[in-house]
Design a protein around this ligand. Structure first.
Ligand code: DGY
Length: 322
């Protein structure tokens, strides 16, 4: 088996490397936070049989065309919008991902952002550190009530269900919009299906969880922000490309909506000089939805299992079903 070449585009936990190294020669990009440059990846992948990647790499047709021996792409993520799935399929390259394992961790982050943006936590912390706090003020740093508010979830998959479960603990009135209505969830959790327009018009908090694709690109833009309440708090933990960021900036700046909590951006990493980040009503974190130690370790192992199965020519345990 040692004749195979495996390209790993980031430094990942040792246990996952140990699992893969029995099956081939590993090329490991040594950085954790600095992405492997596209041209470098193109060079390394020329004679590779397996690719271990993540959401920060662009795996497009041009890259895949330069990898004639590739048998498997394994991404350490549930989302695969960065991979040209059509071309991979055409070339008979198996693609694996890491579904389910990150659902609760990502739901935690969605709820964290919801609470932080709603109650101005980051702004408040800055207020103290920057020595702006002079005394208790009756309306100082006042935010939105979470308990008992209406939450609209756009994209009711497993992460959405996790967010809904958390929200029910806060006595929230949960409505959702999804491609397919989910009667079993409605029955089980007492949540209600809602058309998108009504959800946008009536929700106090809106959490976007739709997967990234051409179909969902800019699904939330000027028109959708204008439908939202002026007090609405908008959370995106899905893909940055699902939101028109210029429209979001305008909506936040002009008070069409109240605040946003963002884990994902159209361009990642977002530049610190991006206009969105100059707004006090934006709470932004760097794509850390699934970033608990335990979950990231599990994702790394699942991705290694997928890769090994692909090298052996076996069915991947967690193959992309799209
Ligand atoms: C995913 O898994 O798709 C997340 O965006 C990264 O954990």
């Amino acid at each position: 088996m040692g004749e195979y070449k495996i390209v790993v585009t980031r430094k990942i936990p040792d246990e996952s490397l140990d699992m893969m190294k029995k099956y081939g020669e590993l090329y490991i990009w040594p950085e954790e936070e600095i992405a492997m440059p596209y041209e470098r990846l193109k060079e390394e992948i020329r004679n590779a049989h397996a690719l271990y990647t993540n959401v920060g790499d662009k795996i497009d047709r041009e890259l895949l065309e330069s990898a004639p021996h590739l048998k498997v792409i394994s991404t350490m993520a549930v989302g695969f919008d960065n991979i040209d799935m059509e071309y991979a399929r055409e070339q008979g390259v198996a693609v694996g991902h890491t579904p389910s394992v990150l659902n609760e961790t990502t739901a935690d982050l969605a709820f964290t952002l919801l609470m932080a943006a709603g109650r101005r936590i980051v702004e408040g912390a800055g207020y103290i550190k920057e020595e702006k706090w002079k005394s208790w003020g009756p309306m100082l740093l006042t935010g939105q009530d979470i308990y008992g508010a209406r939450l609209g979830i756009i994209g009711m998959g497993r992460i959405g269900e996790g967010v809904a479960r958390r929200a029910l603990g806060f006595n929230m009135d949960v409505v959702y919009y999804n491609r397919n209505q989910k009667p079993h969830i409605e029955e089980e959790m007492g949540v209600t299906y809602c058309e998108l327009t009504e959800l946008l018009q009536t929700s106090d908090f809106i959490v976007l969880l739709a997967p990234g694709s051409e179909e969902t690109r800019h699904m939330i833009g000027t028109e959708q922000f204008q439908l939202m309440k002026e007090s609405a708090v908008f959370i995106n933990v899905s893909r940055g490309t699902n939101v028109d960021e210029q429209a979001l900036y305008k909506a936040l700046k002009e008070g069409e909506i109240w605040a946003a909590g963002l884990d994902v951006f159209e361009e990642e990493p977002i530049s610190a000089s991006h206009p969105l980040l100059s707004l006090p009503n934006v709470t932004a974190v760097p794509h850390i939805g699934s970033a608990s130690i335990a979950t990231r370790k599990k994702m790394a192992m699942m991705a290694a299992e997928n890769l090994v199965a692909g090298i052996k020519g076996e069915k991947l345990p967690f193959e992309v079903q799209a």
